[in-house]
Design a protein around this ligand. Structure first.
Ligand SMILES: Cc1cc2nc3c(=O)[nH]c(=O)nc-3n(C[C@H](O)[C@H](O)[C@H](O)COP(=O)(O)OP(=O)(O)OC[C@H]3O[C@@H](n4cnc5c(N)ncnc54)[C@H](O)[C@@H]3O)c2cc1C
Length: 469
């Protein structure tokens, strides 16, 4: 008799848990349901689609051997599997659509090696802990997400794309940022495969549907004494223009440049005593030795430096990391006060142009408040808009997306839970070919790929032949 929490499984999960022993499991329905969620609720559309999608059992392997045991038992029972790190993904990436086994990696969390320019860690290692261990040896991660305090390194490599550091170091997928990774197959006897060089992209950003990452080696850069900086400006285009100037400045080694409309800043109560009210914000991280050049640039751009504090000073002032007002944390700050906000992910014309932003603002309407991140993409500084959108209806959301697109700003849909729907836009046949190799029964997070149903009967080579020229 089934004791399925998801209501989608015929398996007996109590005996499944016994078979998993000695691996620790969680079967308490409230806790299983909690671990079936991520930050999909940012999107009202995903919230209504996913809030009742649950797994049936959570396993917490501590070692690669325990992970292999979980995968082998799931394989024997044809049980759907979803990997879970910190559960901070935005699109329901870690939500089990077909019920089944959730494998949480947070107990597989050792930092294995730190050397010159690299760190090797198990997939479940917490990113903040990795950075703390690196700092002690004079290094830091080249790129990390603003969720570092909660997220795992495996979840970032499987689900993320860029973050703090990207304005200097590019995207995770760029050569050398992910040095290597190990991924395990889902078979009777799971196999561990090493991916190196550009081959890491066979697994990176596949949302855990084509292999279980057990270990990663990432590029590190020399640690610097970073100053969290916040400068304010009289108009948003001025803040944006200053953001672009800082992102390009040859003499300032910034690792974060983010600009936020003044209306969004009104939702940052913890900064109320520190920022000029009603002004538009640029947030950045600048090394202490470049602060004179930074201050000169802000003055030249017509701004005022309102806050400049080291991490220790921020802590003493009971303020969070400045990057908690950047990337998708900006949206979170607004959502803390009002759940009717949501967001979009939008590319901007290159090179970034304040005139294009000025021109676009009125076309978007008062329910869209802009927020940009600057990053290095294919050797050029670009910007992405992660605007706050005051949600009214799905039709209005699509109308806003259409306005962006019509003005040359490509939209990467943040309101779909399919890997083909968001950043990738199209099916990634490399990912799907590797899924066939690593997960022949299609048990790993398969509901997240629309195209998998069409290719699952093909060989990996036939799937690879579908890669467009
Ligand atoms: C407030 C906020 C800010 C964010 N900022 C950023 C940012 O700056 N940059 C960025 O890229 N993203 C960002 N994100 C998205 C997300 O936080 C990151 O991608 C994060 O690193 C995910 O890590 P996690 O451990 O929480 O992964 P999870 O959410 O647990 O998992 C993410 C995906 O990876 C899969 N997965 C997890 N572990 C493994 C594994 N070992 N093997 C295979 N697959 C696995 C899951 O199945 C899921 O599909 C943000 C999200 C929020 C809510």
């Amino acid at each position: 008799m089934t004791d399925s929490i998801s209501g989608k499984s015929n398996l007996n999960w109590a005996s499944f848990a016994e078979e998993l022993a000695p691996v620790a499991t969680i079967s308490e329905p409230v806790l299983v349901k909690k671990r079936s969620r991520d930050f999909f609720w940012y999107s009202p559309i995903l919230n209504s689609q996913l809030r009742r999608s649950f797994g049936d059992l959570v396993a917490l392997p501590k070692t690669p051997e325990e992970m292999a045991h979980c995968l082998s038992v799931a394989y024997a029972h044809d049980a759907p599997i979803v990997l879970r790190g910190g559960g901070t993904g935005n699109y329901g990436q870690a939500v089990p659509l077909d019920g089944g086994l959730i494998i949480e990696t947070t107990a597989m969390n050792r930092i294995l090696d730190i050397g010159d320019g690299y760190v090797t860690a198990e997939a479940g290692a917490n990113i903040e802990e990795i950075n703390a261990a690196l700092h002690a040896k004079g290094w830091e991660l080249a790129i990390f997400p603003s969720t570092q305090d909660i997220a795992t390194i495996g979840g970032f490599i499987a689900g993320g794309s860029s973050g703090i550091g990207s304005v200097a170091q590019g995207m995770l997928r760029d050569p050398g940022n992910i040095i290597s990774l190990k991924a395990m197959s889902v078979e009777d006897t799971p196999k561990l495969r090493l991916f190196e060089g550009q081959d890491v992209n066979q697994i990176h950003h596949a949302w855990g549907l084509n292999g279980v990452i057990t270990e990663v080696t990432l590029r590190t850069v020399p640690h610097q004494k970073w100053i969290g900086c916040m400068a304010t400006f009289d108009s948003y285009p001025k803040a944006y223009g200053a953001g672009y100037a800082l992102a390009c400045a040859p003499d300032i080694h910034r690792k974060l440049v983010s600009t936020v409309d003044a209306r969004i800043c009104a939702y940052f109560p913890r900064l109320a005593d520190h920022l000029r009210p009603g002004k538009h914000l640029m947030t950045s991280l600048v090394p202490v030795e470049d602060m004179d050049a930074y201050r000169a640039l802000i003055a030249e751009q017509g701004g005022t430096v309102d806050l400049a504090m080291s991490e220790t000073e921020l802590k003493a002032a009971k303020l969070p990391h400045v990057f908690e007002f950047a990337y998708n944390h900006t949206t979170l700050q607004v959502l803390k006060a009002d759940r009717s906000a949501t967001y979009l992910q939008v590319g901007c014309p290159t090179p970034p142009d304040p005139a294009a932003i000025t021109d676009l603002g009125p076309k978007l309407g008062d329910d869209v408040w802009q927020h940009h991140e600057f990053a290095l993409l294919d050797g050029q500084i670009v910007s992405f808009d992660l605007p706050i959108v005051w949600y009214s209806t799905e039709d209005r959301l699509h109308e806003i997306e259409a306005t962006y697109e019509a003005n040359g700003f490509p939209v990467y849909d943040a309101h779909v839970c399919m890997v083909e729907g968001g950043g990738l836009k199209n099916a990634d046949y490399r990912h799907l070919a590797w899924k066939k190799r690593m997960d022949p029964k299609g048990l790993l997070n398969s509901g997240k790929s629309l195209e998998w149903e069409n290719v699952k009967h093909k060989t990996p080579e036939e799937i690879e032949a579908m890669i467009p020229e």
